[in-house]
Design a protein around this ligand. Structure first.
Ligand code: GLU
Length: 457
Protein backbone atom coordinates (compact mmCIF):
# COMPACT_ATOMS: atom_id res chain seq x y z
CA UNK A 1 0.00 0.00 0.00
CA UNK A 2 1.30 3.43 -0.89
CA UNK A 3 1.01 6.38 1.47
CA UNK A 4 -1.83 7.91 -0.43
CA UNK A 5 -4.04 4.81 -0.51
CA UNK A 6 -7.15 5.33 1.58
CA UNK A 7 -7.93 3.49 4.80
CA UNK A 8 -11.64 3.21 5.47
CA UNK A 9 -13.67 1.51 8.10
CA UNK A 10 -17.12 0.02 8.33
CA UNK A 11 -18.27 0.37 11.91
CA UNK A 12 -21.49 -1.46 12.74
CA UNK A 13 -22.64 -2.23 16.26
CA UNK A 14 -23.09 -5.97 16.64
CA UNK A 15 -26.59 -5.53 18.04
CA UNK A 16 -28.53 -7.05 15.15
CA UNK A 17 -28.16 -8.45 11.66
CA UNK A 18 -27.04 -6.14 8.87
CA UNK A 19 -29.72 -4.85 6.56
CA UNK A 20 -29.44 -3.55 3.04
CA UNK A 21 -28.92 0.03 4.28
CA UNK A 22 -25.96 -1.00 6.45
CA UNK A 23 -24.56 -2.88 3.51
CA UNK A 24 -24.79 0.25 1.39
CA UNK A 25 -22.41 1.89 3.87
CA UNK A 26 -20.09 -1.14 3.86
CA UNK A 27 -20.03 -1.24 0.07
CA UNK A 28 -19.40 2.47 -0.32
CA UNK A 29 -16.40 2.13 1.97
CA UNK A 30 -15.19 -1.04 0.28
CA UNK A 31 -15.58 0.23 -3.27
CA UNK A 32 -14.06 3.60 -2.45
CA UNK A 33 -11.01 1.94 -0.85
CA UNK A 34 -10.55 -0.76 -3.47
CA UNK A 35 -10.83 1.68 -6.36
CA UNK A 36 -7.62 3.20 -5.01
CA UNK A 37 -5.89 0.10 -3.66
CA UNK A 38 -6.71 0.98 -0.07
CA UNK A 39 -7.61 -0.98 3.06
CA UNK A 40 -10.99 -1.77 4.58
CA UNK A 41 -11.21 -2.12 8.35
CA UNK A 42 -14.17 -3.83 9.97
CA UNK A 43 -14.63 -2.12 13.30
CA UNK A 44 -17.17 -3.62 15.65
CA UNK A 45 -18.66 -0.80 17.72
CA UNK A 46 -19.49 -2.95 20.71
CA UNK A 47 -19.20 -0.44 23.53
CA UNK A 48 -22.78 -1.29 24.46
CA UNK A 49 -21.88 -4.59 26.03
CA UNK A 50 -25.42 -5.47 26.97
CA UNK A 51 -26.84 -5.35 23.48
CA UNK A 52 -23.76 -6.50 21.56
CA UNK A 53 -23.35 -10.23 21.04
CA UNK A 54 -20.72 -12.53 19.55
CA UNK A 55 -23.39 -14.10 17.36
CA UNK A 56 -24.28 -10.77 15.78
CA UNK A 57 -20.56 -10.00 15.28
CA UNK A 58 -20.17 -13.36 13.56
CA UNK A 59 -23.27 -12.66 11.48
CA UNK A 60 -21.76 -9.37 10.28
CA UNK A 61 -18.55 -11.09 9.19
CA UNK A 62 -20.59 -13.74 7.37
CA UNK A 63 -22.83 -11.23 5.63
CA UNK A 64 -19.83 -9.24 4.42
CA UNK A 65 -18.07 -12.40 3.22
CA UNK A 66 -21.18 -13.53 1.36
CA UNK A 67 -21.03 -10.24 -0.53
CA UNK A 68 -17.32 -10.68 -1.22
CA UNK A 69 -15.97 -8.28 1.38
CA UNK A 70 -13.27 -9.65 3.64
CA UNK A 71 -11.79 -7.05 5.95
CA UNK A 72 -8.07 -6.29 5.74
CA UNK A 73 -8.21 -5.78 9.48
CA UNK A 74 -10.86 -6.35 12.18
CA UNK A 75 -11.02 -4.40 15.41
CA UNK A 76 -13.44 -4.21 18.26
CA UNK A 77 -14.02 -1.31 20.56
CA UNK A 78 -14.47 -3.49 23.65
CA UNK A 79 -10.73 -4.27 23.44
CA UNK A 80 -9.85 -0.61 23.65
CA UNK A 81 -11.55 0.81 26.74
CA UNK A 82 -8.19 1.64 28.36
CA UNK A 83 -7.23 3.78 25.40
CA UNK A 84 -10.54 5.65 25.51
CA UNK A 85 -10.17 6.14 29.27
CA UNK A 86 -6.75 7.71 28.79
CA UNK A 87 -8.08 10.12 26.16
CA UNK A 88 -11.11 10.97 28.34
CA UNK A 89 -8.82 11.67 31.29
CA UNK A 90 -6.72 13.98 29.16
CA UNK A 91 -9.80 15.86 27.96
CA UNK A 92 -11.02 16.17 31.57
CA UNK A 93 -7.66 17.53 32.65
CA UNK A 94 -7.91 20.15 29.90
CA UNK A 95 -11.44 21.13 30.92
CA UNK A 96 -12.87 19.87 27.64
CA UNK A 97 -14.89 17.05 29.17
CA UNK A 98 -17.10 18.17 32.04
CA UNK A 99 -19.48 16.40 34.41
CA UNK A 100 -23.21 17.06 34.25
CA UNK A 101 -25.75 15.87 36.77
CA UNK A 102 -29.07 16.68 35.15
CA UNK A 103 -31.44 13.75 34.94
CA UNK A 104 -32.93 12.77 31.60
CA UNK A 105 -36.25 14.26 32.74
CA UNK A 106 -34.59 17.58 33.62
CA UNK A 107 -32.83 17.75 30.27
CA UNK A 108 -36.11 17.05 28.56
CA UNK A 109 -37.88 19.82 30.52
CA UNK A 110 -35.16 22.30 29.55
CA UNK A 111 -35.44 21.33 25.92
CA UNK A 112 -39.19 21.74 25.92
CA UNK A 113 -39.00 25.15 27.58
CA UNK A 114 -36.58 26.38 24.93
CA UNK A 115 -38.63 24.98 22.09
CA UNK A 116 -41.79 26.56 23.48
CA UNK A 117 -39.97 29.90 23.22
CA UNK A 118 -39.01 29.14 19.65
CA UNK A 119 -35.36 28.67 20.58
CA UNK A 120 -33.10 25.79 19.49
CA UNK A 121 -32.98 23.16 22.25
CA UNK A 122 -29.29 23.59 22.97
CA UNK A 123 -27.92 22.57 26.37
CA UNK A 124 -27.20 25.69 28.46
CA UNK A 125 -23.98 24.38 30.06
CA UNK A 126 -25.44 24.93 33.52
CA UNK A 127 -23.20 22.13 34.82
CA UNK A 128 -20.14 24.24 34.02
CA UNK A 129 -21.26 26.62 36.76
CA UNK A 130 -21.24 24.00 39.48
CA UNK A 131 -18.63 24.61 42.15
CA UNK A 132 -16.49 21.78 43.49
CA UNK A 133 -18.57 21.77 46.68
CA UNK A 134 -21.82 21.48 44.76
CA UNK A 135 -20.45 18.61 42.76
CA UNK A 136 -19.21 16.87 45.90
CA UNK A 137 -22.64 17.30 47.43
CA UNK A 138 -24.36 15.75 44.42
CA UNK A 139 -21.90 12.89 44.45
CA UNK A 140 -22.46 12.38 48.17
CA UNK A 141 -26.15 12.02 47.39
CA UNK A 142 -25.24 9.17 45.10
CA UNK A 143 -25.60 11.08 41.82
CA UNK A 144 -23.29 10.04 39.04
CA UNK A 145 -22.41 12.46 36.25
CA UNK A 146 -22.59 12.03 32.55
CA UNK A 147 -19.80 13.80 30.66
CA UNK A 148 -20.10 16.35 27.90
CA UNK A 149 -17.49 17.60 25.48
CA UNK A 150 -17.14 21.38 25.51
CA UNK A 151 -17.60 22.48 21.92
CA UNK A 152 -15.29 25.28 20.78
CA UNK A 153 -18.15 27.58 19.83
CA UNK A 154 -17.35 30.66 21.91
CA UNK A 155 -14.66 33.32 22.19
CA UNK A 156 -14.39 34.34 25.84
CA UNK A 157 -17.20 32.79 27.82
CA UNK A 158 -18.75 29.37 27.14
CA UNK A 159 -22.08 30.96 28.04
CA UNK A 160 -21.82 33.34 25.13
CA UNK A 161 -21.65 31.10 22.11
CA UNK A 162 -21.13 32.46 18.65
CA UNK A 163 -21.65 31.06 15.19
CA UNK A 164 -18.71 28.71 14.62
CA UNK A 165 -18.68 27.10 11.22
CA UNK A 166 -17.03 23.78 10.71
CA UNK A 167 -16.55 23.16 7.03
CA UNK A 168 -15.65 19.94 5.34
CA UNK A 169 -15.44 18.77 1.79
CA UNK A 170 -17.68 15.72 1.71
CA UNK A 171 -16.50 13.14 -0.84
CA UNK A 172 -20.15 12.48 -1.68
CA UNK A 173 -22.00 15.73 -1.01
CA UNK A 174 -19.33 18.30 -1.64
CA UNK A 175 -18.84 21.35 0.59
CA UNK A 176 -20.71 21.09 3.92
CA UNK A 177 -21.03 23.53 6.78
CA UNK A 178 -22.15 22.77 10.32
CA UNK A 179 -22.55 25.49 12.96
CA UNK A 180 -21.21 24.33 16.31
CA UNK A 181 -23.29 26.96 18.12
CA UNK A 182 -26.45 25.26 16.94
CA UNK A 183 -25.77 22.06 18.85
CA UNK A 184 -25.50 20.88 22.42
CA UNK A 185 -22.21 19.77 23.85
CA UNK A 186 -22.29 16.07 22.99
CA UNK A 187 -22.48 13.55 25.82
CA UNK A 188 -19.46 11.27 25.44
CA UNK A 189 -19.81 9.18 28.59
CA UNK A 190 -23.04 8.03 30.20
CA UNK A 191 -23.87 8.08 33.90
CA UNK A 192 -22.93 4.42 34.24
CA UNK A 193 -19.47 5.17 32.79
CA UNK A 194 -20.14 3.60 29.40
CA UNK A 195 -19.10 5.38 26.22
CA UNK A 196 -21.41 6.57 23.52
CA UNK A 197 -19.91 5.83 20.13
CA UNK A 198 -18.70 9.40 19.47
CA UNK A 199 -15.38 9.52 21.34
CA UNK A 200 -14.27 5.90 20.77
CA UNK A 201 -14.96 6.40 17.08
CA UNK A 202 -12.71 9.46 16.90
CA UNK A 203 -9.95 7.79 18.91
CA UNK A 204 -10.09 4.71 16.69
CA UNK A 205 -10.13 6.68 13.48
CA UNK A 206 -7.00 8.49 14.64
CA UNK A 207 -5.18 5.41 15.97
CA UNK A 208 -6.05 3.23 13.01
CA UNK A 209 -4.99 5.78 10.43
CA UNK A 210 -8.45 6.06 8.91
CA UNK A 211 -8.29 8.53 6.04
CA UNK A 212 -11.97 8.55 5.00
CA UNK A 213 -15.07 8.17 7.15
CA UNK A 214 -17.91 7.17 4.84
CA UNK A 215 -21.28 6.72 6.49
CA UNK A 216 -24.96 7.57 6.33
CA UNK A 217 -26.25 11.11 6.00
CA UNK A 218 -27.80 10.83 9.46
CA UNK A 219 -24.30 11.47 10.82
CA UNK A 220 -23.67 14.88 9.23
CA UNK A 221 -24.34 16.84 12.40
CA UNK A 222 -22.26 14.38 14.40
CA UNK A 223 -19.47 15.07 11.97
CA UNK A 224 -19.41 18.73 12.98
CA UNK A 225 -18.96 17.77 16.63
CA UNK A 226 -16.56 14.98 15.80
CA UNK A 227 -14.31 17.26 13.79
CA UNK A 228 -14.04 19.44 16.91
CA UNK A 229 -13.17 16.33 18.93
CA UNK A 230 -10.63 15.20 16.31
CA UNK A 231 -8.97 18.58 16.63
CA UNK A 232 -8.96 18.37 20.42
CA UNK A 233 -7.64 14.80 20.58
CA UNK A 234 -5.27 14.52 17.64
CA UNK A 235 -3.55 16.48 15.01
CA UNK A 236 -5.43 15.06 12.07
CA UNK A 237 -8.98 15.12 10.75
CA UNK A 238 -10.00 12.49 8.19
CA UNK A 239 -12.10 13.27 5.16
CA UNK A 240 -15.80 12.52 5.34
CA UNK A 241 -18.45 11.21 2.99
CA UNK A 242 -22.16 10.97 3.79
CA UNK A 243 -24.44 8.93 1.58
CA UNK A 244 -28.21 9.15 1.34
CA UNK A 245 -30.21 6.60 3.28
CA UNK A 246 -32.40 3.81 1.98
CA UNK A 247 -36.05 3.64 2.87
CA UNK A 248 -38.44 0.77 2.40
CA UNK A 249 -41.28 1.01 -0.09
CA UNK A 250 -43.50 2.80 2.42
CA UNK A 251 -40.85 5.47 3.01
CA UNK A 252 -39.83 4.13 6.42
CA UNK A 253 -36.16 4.02 7.39
CA UNK A 254 -34.62 0.60 7.81
CA UNK A 255 -33.90 -0.72 11.26
CA UNK A 256 -31.38 -3.34 12.24
CA UNK A 257 -33.49 -4.33 15.18
CA UNK A 258 -36.58 -5.32 13.27
CA UNK A 259 -34.58 -7.55 10.93
CA UNK A 260 -36.23 -5.78 8.00
CA UNK A 261 -34.51 -6.55 4.73
CA UNK A 262 -31.67 -8.25 6.55
CA UNK A 263 -28.90 -9.60 4.38
CA UNK A 264 -29.46 -12.98 6.02
CA UNK A 265 -33.09 -13.04 4.92
CA UNK A 266 -32.24 -11.95 1.36
CA UNK A 267 -29.63 -14.69 1.19
CA UNK A 268 -32.14 -17.25 2.46
CA UNK A 269 -34.62 -16.10 -0.17
CA UNK A 270 -32.02 -17.16 -2.71
CA UNK A 271 -30.90 -13.82 -4.07
CA UNK A 272 -27.45 -13.65 -5.61
CA UNK A 273 -25.00 -11.61 -3.54
CA UNK A 274 -24.20 -9.42 -6.53
CA UNK A 275 -27.88 -8.63 -7.11
CA UNK A 276 -28.00 -7.35 -3.54
CA UNK A 277 -24.65 -5.54 -3.83
CA UNK A 278 -25.50 -3.94 -7.18
CA UNK A 279 -28.83 -2.64 -5.98
CA UNK A 280 -27.54 -1.54 -2.56
CA UNK A 281 -24.82 0.46 -4.30
CA UNK A 282 -26.47 1.92 -7.36
CA UNK A 283 -29.99 2.70 -6.19
CA UNK A 284 -30.42 6.33 -5.23
CA UNK A 285 -27.66 7.52 -7.54
CA UNK A 286 -27.75 9.23 -10.89
CA UNK A 287 -26.43 6.01 -12.36
CA UNK A 288 -28.37 3.16 -13.94
CA UNK A 289 -29.01 0.24 -11.60
CA UNK A 290 -27.34 -2.59 -13.46
CA UNK A 291 -26.32 -6.06 -12.34
CA UNK A 292 -22.54 -6.21 -11.95
CA UNK A 293 -21.09 -9.72 -11.91
CA UNK A 294 -18.54 -9.03 -9.16
CA UNK A 295 -17.26 -6.29 -6.86
CA UNK A 296 -14.44 -5.41 -9.23
CA UNK A 297 -16.96 -4.59 -11.95
CA UNK A 298 -19.06 -2.68 -9.44
CA UNK A 299 -15.99 -0.71 -8.33
CA UNK A 300 -15.39 0.25 -11.94
CA UNK A 301 -18.91 1.70 -12.15
CA UNK A 302 -19.34 3.23 -8.68
CA UNK A 303 -18.93 6.99 -8.54
CA UNK A 304 -19.47 8.63 -5.13
CA UNK A 305 -20.06 12.01 -6.72
CA UNK A 306 -23.16 10.64 -8.49
CA UNK A 307 -24.95 9.64 -5.28
CA UNK A 308 -28.20 11.58 -4.87
CA UNK A 309 -28.75 13.94 -1.96
CA UNK A 310 -32.28 12.81 -1.19
CA UNK A 311 -33.06 9.44 0.35
CA UNK A 312 -33.74 6.48 -1.89
CA UNK A 313 -36.64 4.05 -1.85
CA UNK A 314 -35.67 0.44 -1.92
CA UNK A 315 -37.97 -2.38 -2.92
CA UNK A 316 -37.07 -6.07 -2.70
CA UNK A 317 -38.87 -6.52 -6.01
CA UNK A 318 -36.06 -4.55 -7.66
CA UNK A 319 -33.77 -7.47 -6.93
CA UNK A 320 -35.66 -9.91 -9.15
CA UNK A 321 -34.60 -8.48 -12.49
CA UNK A 322 -30.98 -8.13 -11.38
CA UNK A 323 -30.98 -11.66 -10.05
CA UNK A 324 -32.34 -13.06 -13.31
CA UNK A 325 -29.74 -11.20 -15.32
CA UNK A 326 -26.87 -12.51 -13.19
CA UNK A 327 -28.09 -16.10 -13.42
CA UNK A 328 -28.91 -15.94 -17.10
CA UNK A 329 -25.45 -14.66 -17.93
CA UNK A 330 -23.46 -16.75 -15.46
CA UNK A 331 -20.69 -18.85 -17.03
CA UNK A 332 -20.46 -22.52 -16.28
CA UNK A 333 -17.07 -21.96 -14.67
CA UNK A 334 -18.63 -19.63 -12.18
CA UNK A 335 -21.61 -21.86 -11.53
CA UNK A 336 -19.84 -25.17 -11.31
CA UNK A 337 -18.84 -25.23 -7.66
CA UNK A 338 -22.36 -24.32 -6.64
CA UNK A 339 -23.82 -26.94 -8.96
CA UNK A 340 -21.59 -29.56 -7.34
CA UNK A 341 -22.71 -28.42 -3.88
CA UNK A 342 -26.34 -28.94 -4.93
CA UNK A 343 -25.52 -32.30 -6.52
CA UNK A 344 -26.66 -30.72 -9.79
CA UNK A 345 -23.53 -30.65 -11.92
CA UNK A 346 -24.61 -32.34 -15.14
CA UNK A 347 -22.03 -30.46 -17.18
CA UNK A 348 -21.81 -27.26 -19.15
CA UNK A 349 -24.50 -28.09 -21.72
CA UNK A 350 -26.98 -28.70 -18.88
CA UNK A 351 -26.14 -25.39 -17.21
CA UNK A 352 -26.43 -23.45 -20.45
CA UNK A 353 -29.77 -25.13 -21.20
CA UNK A 354 -31.40 -24.42 -17.85
CA UNK A 355 -29.90 -21.08 -16.77
CA UNK A 356 -32.45 -18.96 -18.69
CA UNK A 357 -35.21 -20.79 -16.84
CA UNK A 358 -34.20 -20.18 -13.25
CA UNK A 359 -34.92 -17.22 -11.02
CA UNK A 360 -33.04 -18.65 -8.04
CA UNK A 361 -29.91 -20.73 -8.34
CA UNK A 362 -31.34 -23.63 -6.29
CA UNK A 363 -34.02 -24.14 -8.92
CA UNK A 364 -31.42 -26.05 -10.98
CA UNK A 365 -32.19 -29.06 -8.79
CA UNK A 366 -35.67 -29.25 -10.29
CA UNK A 367 -34.15 -29.42 -13.78
CA UNK A 368 -31.79 -32.20 -12.72
CA UNK A 369 -34.88 -34.17 -11.76
CA UNK A 370 -36.41 -33.45 -15.13
CA UNK A 371 -33.28 -34.56 -17.00
CA UNK A 372 -32.93 -37.70 -14.89
CA UNK A 373 -36.58 -38.57 -15.18
CA UNK A 374 -37.64 -38.04 -11.58
CA UNK A 375 -41.04 -36.68 -12.45
CA UNK A 376 -44.52 -37.94 -12.84
CA UNK A 377 -45.27 -38.71 -16.47
CA UNK A 378 -48.23 -36.80 -17.88
CA UNK A 379 -51.00 -38.83 -19.50
CA UNK A 380 -50.74 -38.71 -23.29
CA UNK A 381 -53.83 -37.12 -24.85
CA UNK A 382 -55.74 -39.50 -27.15
CA UNK A 383 -55.13 -37.31 -30.17
CA UNK A 384 -51.36 -37.40 -29.52
CA UNK A 385 -50.92 -41.14 -28.97
CA UNK A 386 -50.16 -41.96 -32.57
CA UNK A 387 -48.02 -38.87 -32.96
CA UNK A 388 -45.85 -39.92 -30.03
CA UNK A 389 -45.39 -43.38 -31.51
CA UNK A 390 -44.31 -41.84 -34.78
CA UNK A 391 -41.89 -39.65 -32.83
CA UNK A 392 -40.36 -42.76 -31.25
CA UNK A 393 -40.00 -44.28 -34.67
CA UNK A 394 -38.29 -41.18 -36.13
CA UNK A 395 -35.98 -40.55 -33.18
CA UNK A 396 -32.56 -39.78 -34.71
CA UNK A 397 -29.66 -42.03 -33.91
CA UNK A 398 -26.64 -40.91 -31.89
CA UNK A 399 -24.36 -38.91 -31.76
CA UNK A 400 -26.55 -36.15 -30.36
CA UNK A 401 -25.97 -32.44 -30.30
CA UNK A 402 -28.08 -29.30 -30.70
CA UNK A 403 -29.03 -30.28 -34.24
CA UNK A 404 -31.07 -33.30 -33.07
CA UNK A 405 -34.22 -31.41 -32.06
CA UNK A 406 -34.63 -29.51 -35.35
CA UNK A 407 -33.77 -32.65 -37.30
CA UNK A 408 -36.30 -34.73 -35.35
CA UNK A 409 -39.15 -32.21 -35.36
CA UNK A 410 -38.42 -31.44 -39.03
CA UNK A 411 -38.90 -35.11 -39.91
CA UNK A 412 -42.07 -35.25 -37.78
CA UNK A 413 -43.46 -32.17 -39.45
CA UNK A 414 -42.94 -33.69 -42.82
CA UNK A 415 -44.48 -37.03 -41.84
CA UNK A 416 -47.50 -35.75 -39.86
CA UNK A 417 -48.11 -32.27 -41.24
CA UNK A 418 -48.20 -30.93 -37.65
CA UNK A 419 -46.63 -27.61 -36.89
CA UNK A 420 -46.11 -25.11 -34.06
CA UNK A 421 -47.39 -26.04 -30.65
CA UNK A 422 -48.99 -29.28 -31.88
CA UNK A 423 -45.63 -30.40 -33.15
CA UNK A 424 -43.55 -29.47 -30.08
CA UNK A 425 -45.78 -29.64 -27.02
CA UNK A 426 -46.59 -33.38 -26.96
CA UNK A 427 -42.85 -34.07 -27.11
CA UNK A 428 -41.96 -31.56 -24.41
CA UNK A 429 -44.65 -33.03 -22.15
CA UNK A 430 -43.54 -36.59 -22.77
CA UNK A 431 -39.86 -35.80 -22.21
CA UNK A 432 -40.07 -33.38 -19.28
CA UNK A 433 -43.51 -33.84 -17.71
CA UNK A 434 -44.00 -30.09 -18.14
CA UNK A 435 -45.53 -27.66 -20.57
CA UNK A 436 -42.74 -25.13 -20.28
CA UNK A 437 -39.02 -25.16 -19.70
CA UNK A 438 -35.64 -24.84 -21.34
CA UNK A 439 -35.13 -24.66 -25.07
CA UNK A 440 -35.56 -28.28 -26.24
CA UNK A 441 -32.76 -27.84 -28.73
CA UNK A 442 -30.38 -27.42 -25.78
CA UNK A 443 -32.12 -29.77 -23.37
CA UNK A 444 -32.54 -32.78 -25.61
CA UNK A 445 -28.84 -33.65 -25.95
CA UNK A 446 -28.56 -33.32 -22.16
CA UNK A 447 -31.39 -35.82 -21.64
CA UNK A 448 -29.68 -38.03 -24.21
CA UNK A 449 -30.88 -40.76 -26.55
CA UNK A 450 -31.23 -43.51 -23.97
CA UNK A 451 -33.52 -41.59 -21.60
CA UNK A 452 -35.46 -39.98 -24.42
CA UNK A 453 -36.19 -43.38 -25.92
CA UNK A 454 -37.42 -44.68 -22.57
CA UNK A 455 -39.88 -41.79 -22.22
CA UNK A 456 -41.52 -42.64 -25.54
CA UNK A 457 -43.73 -45.69 -26.10
N1 GLU B 1 -21.41 2.51 15.01
C1 GLU B 1 -21.81 3.73 14.35
C2 GLU B 1 -23.13 3.48 13.62
O1 GLU B 1 -23.41 2.37 13.27
C3 GLU B 1 -20.72 4.13 13.38
C4 GLU B 1 -20.97 5.40 12.68
C5 GLU B 1 -19.71 5.79 11.92
O2 GLU B 1 -19.48 5.18 10.88
O3 GLU B 1 -18.98 6.64 12.38
O4 GLU B 1 -23.89 4.40 13.47
Amino acid sequence: MTNSAPIVRFAPSPTGRLHIGNIRTALYNWLFAKQQGGDFILRLDDTDQERSTKEFAQGIVEDLAWLGMVADRTEKQSDRFKTYDAVADDLRARGLLYPCYESAAEIDRKRKRLMARGLPPVYDRAALKLTDEEKAELEAKGQRPHWRFLLPNYAESPFETQRTEVRFDDVIRGEQTVDLASMSDPVLIREDGTYLYTLPSVVDDLDMGVTHVIRGGDHITNTGAQIAIFEAVGQRVPQFGHHNLLQDASGEGLSKRTGALSIASLRETGFEPMAVASLATLIGTGQAVEACANLTDLAAVFDPSKVSKSNAKFSVGDLDGLNDKLLHEMDYGEAQERLVALDADLGEAFWLAVRPNIHRFAEVRGWVDVVEGHFEALPVAAEDAEYISTAAELLPAEPWDETVWPKWTGALKERTGRKGKQLFMPLRKALTGLEHGPDMRQLLPVIGWERTRRRLP
